[in-house]
Design a protein around this ligand. Structure first.
Ligand SMILES: Cc1ncc(COP(=O)(O)O)c(C=O)c1O
Length: 338
């Protein structure tokens, strides 16, 4: 009863319908064959969602920007790295809504002389106002001072936190779990392991709640870190799960806030591809014609391949890998060129 009411509440929350749904679930038989067996592998193609070149951020922003629109927000301010997918999709969706978009961006982990990340060029193309800061630590204060400036000039401003990873944004991934559950029912498939990349926590929090509402989406949810230590991500995810619980009418402690995060595939740090990540990107491209990204999904796929090769997943099990997008991080354009 509690679960049914939660699903009803979720359906009542206003959200934009910019993304193309349902995104497909595809089977990866050639990858499985190259691996010499192991579990059946399926992939949820959220890279095909659409707006701003797609990815998981669309699902969060559909809730966050609809809420902002209903409150009369005129300018949205958010932050990330120069290759941020969240920043790019925010810029694209704000353009479509006729809202101003201000981005506070710190340098990418790796630069190339005379070139800039395609994501950064697209931010400007979508009409966003870009402010560069020297490092991650400066982002929050810069967003606040820009917000203050805009407010003083009489504009209605909203600061969207990093990655849109707050309970309202994460509802997009709870709804995505409902979408997947319906797709799996139609295929008569149940998932044993759901793998995805987990960083600012909203995706994992939404899927963790979604899994409690729709258990067929995965017996176990494995978030793979591209940057931070597992305990730090798990604790942020737990907080967002609590916030989702409040929004969906669960009492304190009714939702399980514990999640599994694997931080064994980070390598040297955020945005620095590991040899395993590069191998995963090449293997998926050659076997299935699917492109992963070097910051998030490449590392998440490296983890899945690592688990399979270590015999941690059985032949009769099924894995769903969530492709959260981000492939534009592979590309650079001439500085100021677009
Ligand atoms: C392509 C991609 N995958 C996965 C993630 C991780 O999602 P989350 O920040 O919700 O943990 C992000 C964003 O950080 C992303 O851009």
């Amino acid at each position: 009863m509690r679960l049914e009411r939660a699903i009803e509440r979720l359906e009542m929350v206003p959200c934009l319908r910019f993304g193309h749904r349902p995104t497909p679930i595809e089977e990866l038989p050639r990858l499985r064959a190259v691996l010499g067996g192991g579990p059946r592998i399926l992939m949820k193609r959220d890279d095909y969602l659409g707006p701003g070149f797609g990815g998981n951020k669309v699902r969060k922003l559909e809730y966050l920007l609809e809420d902002a629109k209903l409150r009369g927000v005129e300018v949205v301010i958010t932050c990330g790295g120069e290759k941020s997918n969240h920043a790019r999709v925010t810029a694209a969706m704000c353009a479509r809504l006729g809202m101003g978009c201000v981005l506070v961006l710190n340098p990418a982990a790796r630069g190339h002389a005379g070139l800039e990340p395609a994501n950064l060029a697209l931010d400007r193309l979508y009409g966003a106002e870009v402010h560069r800061v020297a490092g991650r630590a400066e982002r929050a204060a810069t967003m606040e001072s820009l917000a203050e400036e805009y407010r003083r000039s009489g504009r209605v401003v909203e600061v969207v936190p990093l990655g849109g990873s707050v309970a309202l944004g994460a509802l997009g991934l709870v709804a995505a779990a409902a979408e997947v559950a319906e797709q799996l029912r139609a295929k008569s498939v149940e998932i044993d392991y759901l793998f995805h990349c987990s960083s600012s926590g909203g995706t994992q929090a939404g899927l963790a709640v979604g899994r409690q509402l729709f258990p067929e989406i995965g017996r176990q949810l494995i978030g793979v870190s591209p940057d931070d230590e597992a305990g730090a991500i798990a604790s942020v995810v737990g907080g967002i799960v609590r916030g989702i619980g409040e929004r969906l009418g669960f009492g304190v402690g009714e939702l399980d806030e514990r999640v599994t995060v694997d931080d064994g595939y980070v390598g040297e740090g955020y945005g620095i591809p590991t040899p395993e990540c590069e191998e995963a990107i090449g293997l998926l491209a050659r076997t299935e014609g699917i492109v992963l990204d070097p910051v998030y999904t490449g590392k998440a796929m490296a983890a899945l391949l690592g688990w399979i090769r270590a015999g941690r997943l059985a032949e009769d099990e099924t894995v769903l890998f969530w492709h959260t997008g981000g492939q534009l991080a592979l590309f650079y354009v001439p500085e100021g060129g677009v």
